[in-house]
Design a protein around this ligand. Structure first.
Ligand SMILES: [Zn+2]
Length: 174
């Protein structure tokens, strides 16, 4: 069962109402994320997000978003599924002068219009959370190739292209 998110919402109102969203949403329409990865898991995005306010912040958004994406292992270039978790610790402000007042544990987001596009924010956060250099932990084809190469050396196999062997041959001929 997919959770529906409002297409846009006023973060100040959402905070005043302590709005909470949790569940799964479809990743359909996340075209920027889709173009950064090989595939997005059909299960979509798991989210747990809370709007709220506290003494020092009028409107905050905290919580996590998670998705599984398929990326290319940077060691063996094979496909791999990677769990990606984005963290929200945002404080919404209307004016530049308010940015400095945002406590250090939150990141200030200055609004350029009254409403935010929550899906776009979620997509931004997931793109930021993508691993820069995804690599298989185990069962990487490159590791297996490495091990095979090490086995050869241990078995005492002659290196195929030993330049000194050619040199030695030339000396014998002269
Ligand atoms: Zn790999």
């Amino acid at each position: 069962m997919l959770t529906q998110l409002p297409a846009s919402l006023d973060p100040y109102r959402a905070a005043a109402a302590d709005k909470h969203f949790s569940g799964r949403i479809s990743a359909g329409g996340f075209t920027r994320l889709a173009s950064s990865v090989l595939a997005i898991a059909e299960e979509g995005v798991e989210l747990d997000l809370s709007f709220g306010s506290r003494q020092d912040v009028r409107a905050s958004l905290t919580g996590t978003v998670q998705v599984e994406v398929e990326m290319e292992c940077q060691r063996c270039l094979g496909p791999m599924w990677v769990p990606v978790t984005g963290q929200f610790k945002l404080a919404f402000v209307r004016f530049p002068s308010e940015v400095d007042e945002v406590p250090d544990d939150l990141e200030a987001i200055q609004l350029d219009k009254p409403e935010i596009d929550l899906r776009a924010l979620i997509e931004d956060e997931l793109i930021l959370a993508l691993p820069l250099v995804p690599m298989h932990q185990e069962s990487c084809q490159a590791w297996q190739d490495d091990e095979a190469a090490t086995d050869d050396t241990q078995a005492g196999a002659e290196p195929k292209d030993n330049p000194f062997a050619v040199l030695a041959k030339l000396k014998q001929d002269s």
